[in-house]
Design a protein around this ligand. Structure first.
Ligand code: THU
Length: 136
């Protein structure tokens, strides 16, 4: 699926884990870190940002994706997500990932730097509603 080297996987998981340290998660105590690599090779990190008004939380993956889009990048190659226990991206993040391509590789790692799962957006969100469904 991807031509990633083990070294690239390790480096991406480490960057996501570093981003995780910047998480603002005083309510859940579940910090999440992400790093997105664009097809042009740029890297965008993200962490979850919580709020006393709980529903306004923003996930790490979407922070990384929105940072990239706001900087003019819309073609993504890979996103790495790290949590303490190798948790999987939530449904909202899967939907946002799907907007920008079902082929994006998704690396899921744990806090020890271990790769828990290597998958794709297509696998994480089968039957996705995408821009095509809106004629785009
Ligand atoms: N969270 C993420 O950052 N990404 C996900 O895909 C799952 C959940 C965050 C949101 C919240 O701050 C905490 O994890 C617990 O749900």
């Amino acid at each position: 699926m991807s031509q990633l080297t083990d070294e690239e996987r390790r480096a991406l998981l480490e960057l996501a884990n570093e981003a995780r340290r910047r998480a603002y998660a005083p309510y859940s105590n579940y910090p999440v870190g992400a790093v997105l690599r664009t097809k042009s090779g740029r890297l965008f990190t993200g962490c979850n940002v919580e709020n006393a008004a709980y529903p306004t939380v923003m996930c790490a993956e979407r922070v990384a994706i929105f940072k990239a889009v706001s900087e003019g990048e819309k073609e993504f190659e890979i996103i790495a997500v790290v949590t303490s226990n190798g948790g999987s991206p939530c449904g909202s993040c899967r939907q946002v990932m799907a907007e920008f391509g079902l082929d994006t590789v998704v690396l899921i790692g744990d806090g020890e730097g271990r790769l828990v799962q290597e998958t794709s957006v297509a696998e994480l969100l089968p039957g996705a509603f995408t821009p095509k469904d809106m004629g785009k």
